[in-house]
Ligand binder design. Structure first.
Ligand SMILES: Nc1ncnc2c1ncn2[C@@H]1O[C@H](COP(=O)(O)OP(=O)(O)OP(=O)(O)O)[C@@H](O)[C@H]1O
Length: 363
């Protein structure tokens, strides 16, 4: 199990909370405004040094305090070797990440604690901009191939350079040739990894979707950001006049997307709220299943208000699926009774009641 113990300080209404979570299922329940989502936010902060609710970090830190801190003992590789992991960040944004007594950077942290979040914002995966779906694809590409992060960084640097040349309104042909050669090299390699990841993910997604929703026709197609049937250098040349006018590169991996459709129509237009939640959850659960197969490690799932939007039958199917995975789950809800009946007696389920930022183990 990844997280053995947790200590949270100065995050929203949580002044100080320490607890030992279950290796499998943790139900955190409490009234509105009690701190359930703040607890999930604290775990998200531990894994990614930021909130999922705000881009303004100072709002995550308890009012009138200067610094948020989450400290944990984690078995990152799932091999029984437990090491301390601590993340702190002050209101100015300065971050410290310590693992096993050493400072580490954000990409090392992301590798240690693979997190999956399912909350109301996850509808964005269907309804939001392509960048949300690129993040989804890149999470998987990052965790399934170690070269992806280098390629992504190299491509970002080339794209910035190319765009700043385009912004000048004219571009030296020799210079353009040099930058385009690099652009194409990284674009192709990065896109191959993204495509390969989606190809690997689809069988898991289809299987999980069938279990969660039954016979709902959903197709997921990766779109690279340009027509891959044609050479990218040709397309870049064709788009040059337009790109010079706009001051940015209009084709390439920075425009990649996932097209999710039901019966040929955009899933965001066609599906009900509950169906959307189940489709997004199936995508995220598929990522966890594939991650486990490729890395022999579990993910940490943060699921805010699991029962919302779902009827009892689908909540049960969701819980039954979670129960059969190896993931460590932190699930919030208002009423614990809405989830108690779903677990087998031998599943390690821990219940915690949160009241005004104070956590008490129950059951
Ligand atoms: N920076 C902050 N400092 C102190 N308290 C805060 C801060 N930000 C938010 N709060 C308060 O923290 C409390 C916990 O909010 P949270 O969203 O975690 O509740 P919740 O249990 O998830 O509620 P709900 O069921 O309504 O979603 C709220 O009362 C909120 O007003």
């Amino acid at each position: 199990m990844p997280i053995r113990s947790l200590s949270i300080k100065k995050i929203r209404n949580i002044a100080a909370v320490s607890f030992e979570p279950s290796e499998r299922i943790n139900i955190i329940y409490g009234a509105n405004g009690s701190g359930k989502t703040s607890l999930l936010e604290s775990l998200h902060f531990l894994g990614l040094t930021r909130s999922f609710r705000t881009n303004q970090f100072r709002y995550l830190v308890t009012t009138a305090e200067r610094e948020a801190l989450v400290f944990s003992q984690i078995d990152a590789m799932g091999n029984g070797q437990v090491k301390p992991l601590g993340v702190s960040r002050d209101v100015e944004g300065d971050v410290k990440i310590r693992y096993g007594g050493n400072n580490i950077d954000l990409s090392e942290l992301a590798g240690l604690l693979p997190l999956q979040l399912i909350n109301t914002d996850t509808f964005e995966l269907l309804e939001g901009s392509p960048s949300t779906r690129r993040q989804f694809v890149d999470w998987g590409a990052f965790h399934s191939d170690h070269s992806f992060i280098q390629l992504w960084r190299a491509f970002k640097r080339v794209l910035q350079q190319r765009n700043s040349l385009l912004k000048c309104g004219k571009i030296d042909p020799v210079l353009r040739k040099i930058w385009d050669a690099e652009f194409i090299l990284y674009a192709e390699q990065m896109t191959n990894l993204r495509q390969r990841y989606i190809d690997l993910l689809m069988p898991d997604f289809e299987e999980i979707l069938l279990r969660l929703v039954g016979d709902l026709s959903i197709t997921v197609k990766f779109s690279a950001g340009w027509d891959r049937k044609r050479p990218l250098d040709e397309l870049l040349s064709e788009c040059l006049l337009r790109d010079l006018k706009q001051g940015f590169t209009s084709i390439g991996p920075q425009r990649a997307d996932l097209k999710v459709k039901s019966e040929g129509i955009s899933a965001s237009e066609r599906l009900s709220r509950g169906q959307k939640k189940l489709v997004v959850s199936a995508l995220k659960l598929a990522q966890g299943a594939l991650f486990h197969r490729l890395n022999n490690r579990a993910c940490v799932y943060l699921i805010d208000d699991l029962p919302s939007e779902l009827d009892k039958h689908h909540s049960r199917l969701f819980c039954e699926f979670l129960e059969q995975t190896n993931n460590q789950c932190f699930i919030t809800c208002v009423d614990p009774e809405s989830l108690t009946a779903f677990w087998k007696p031998d599943t390690a389920v821990a219940y915690f009641n949160i009241e005004a930022g104070q956590l008490v183990p129950t059951h």
